[in-house]
Design a protein around this ligand. Sequence first.
Ligand code: GAR
Length: 219
Amino acid sequence: MVNLGVLVSGSGSNLQSIIDSIEAGTLEASVKVVITDNPEAYALERAKKHRIPSVVLHKKDYRTREEFDSAVVRELREHRVELVVLAGFMRIISPVMLEAFPMRIMNIHPSLLPAFPGLDVQRKALEHGVKFSGCTVHFVDGGLDSGPIIIQAVVPVLDADTPETLSKRILAEEHRIYPHAIRLFSEGRLNILGRRVFVEKGPEASGTMENPKITVPRS
Ligand code: GAR
């Protein structure tokens, strides 16, 4: 069992997938608090519906990123949070939070990192012409979407895709892998060695994929 603090800026569909996994009994965790920098975030409605305490911190009330993050850390500590879950939280994390929760902050990102860090990445993936994209859950370090990778899921990029259709396909995978990554953490099965994260007794992927499909026998 692990106490979560979920940080959000928008719709909160990843927050919802975590709540649903907990309620379905497939994730032994408890969302102790939802924190946002956006008073309009739909994620707040989701928290309310499930009777989860939420906190809105207004950027304009803090002079620096560090002051904002200190307020976040205070809330997280007050709610006895053990793992910080960034779920569509659109701010860079400062050393203040990283030092308070070393290797205890996870993020989900809608690309196969290290390809396409940053923003608007589904559009960038399409423009680059990649044949596969996907999503990544990683521990947060001092860089931009750069910390040790826990799990990734791959989706094909189709000829007819727009940023919207690709985002939707990726988001469906996000909702599968984020609760799973948190489950591995709560079971104490994640071992970090340098940049690599090893999963204790985890089955590994097998086989290969290609896109477009090869329909003649391989030579
Ligand atoms: C998700 O696609 C998440 O991967 C992305 O924002 C979306 C939030 O959706 N996060 C980032 O781009 C962070 N760099 P949600 O609010 O419905 O969970």
